[in-house]
Ligand binder design. Sequence first.
Ligand code: G6P
Length: 478
Amino acid sequence: PAEPTAESTKFDFVVVANRLPIDRIQDADGEPEWRRSPGGLVTALAPVMATADGAWVGWHGAADEELGEFNHSDMHLVPVPLSVEDVELYYEGFSNSTLWPLYHDVIVPPEFHRTWWDRYEEINRRFAEATARTAAPGATVWVQDYQLQLVPLMLREARPDLRIGFFNHIPFPPLEIFAQLPWRRQVLEGLLGSDLVGFQRQSDANNFMRCVRRYLGYTVKAQHIHVQDAGGAPQRICRAEAHPISIESRELARLATDPEIRARAAEIRAELGNPETVLLGVDRLDYTKGIRHRIKAFGELLEDGKLTVGQACLVQVASPSRERVESYAQLREEVEGAVGRINGEFDTMGHTAVRYLHHSYPLREMVALYLAADVMLVTALRDGMNLVAKEFTATHTDNHGMLVLSEFAGAADQLRHAVLVNPHDIDGLKAAIMTAVNMPQAESTRRMRIMRRQIAVNDVARWSRIFLESLAAGHEED
Ligand code: G6P
């Protein structure tokens, strides 16, 4: 063909993530087409992409399908194919049955399988090669999340001219837990291929630096890691920093004033039978989210008569996630069993105790739900950040309502004025829920206002700007 292949084009800014920022949908005629994914990361990076000649390397979400490179929403997309077996071993296996539970406090036992590790390495190399082909000389590359921890070093070896940033969206575990990973050295070395490794919390960065000291013996001073070559000679500096991610605060606040969405919020409350207090949980159906703890606490409050059906209702949105992974299938059984028991016991003809929705919803419906809620329950047992906590707060532009927030979510570092809770402490969780339900309005208004300002200033655009500035500045220092 006469047309130049897209492969010959090189880009100055390349984002690498397990998933491409697009979803396949069906248009009006039932034909498949692409739509930009909702979510903060892509909205934050889209403007950077447009001005900096950017490309995004990632998997498009379907197995056993090869796609060519294409442009969409002002971004150049470079699809990395995964076979059915790659999905099983690299994605469901090593990423989501080894690393995910290991990095989330071993809430379920991580599984260690050499075949999974081998495939993780192989797929990381596939991503690194696609990136090396895509990046222009001296380009900036930003690698995202735990699925791709080996990419920075692989990329540096192939392309020493690049400046490489990595951001870990999930927690980084304490040394005593990370120690279990049979491939702990390789993972640390992989990450250290970056110039800058970003974490959600300072404690995550500290955990990482402690692991680097212990398992690689490198000197670490003031967040500067002195990376050595194979012979032990000083090679270069990698920095570890906290960069808490955020949301598109202004857009959420704007949606919250949209008359149609406000009407929908009122409609939701009416559909629930106009209870005095709507409690809300919104999560991917994941064992890290503490959904069972939340439902247990709510059920006991009904049993104790502190809350009654009709007066209070818990809406739990649990969006389907990683359904082929055994621990997720099991969690679904447990959550649905618990909801069924509570509803069986406490529902009346007219009212339900727990309105459980195993769906995902478009952003506008989510904002309506946030607005319909009085008390938001974020009870994660461990969570890198938790953007739901920030979204709820940002949409309550009238400062109405209150957030109950787990201290084990990264968001607790920023949202200090929430009702903070240890979700393992069921009595403490019950007390926290009642504190939020009964909080005098002057007090909740004051707290919501402070939290809303925090989020308004620290939005996701600022997050990516500061990370990329730090990545660029570190390079000049060198
Ligand atoms: C978390 C991870 C992301 C991941 C998302 C959805 O937020 O940090 O990397 O994309 O969950 O999970 P999935 O496995 O569907 O990509």
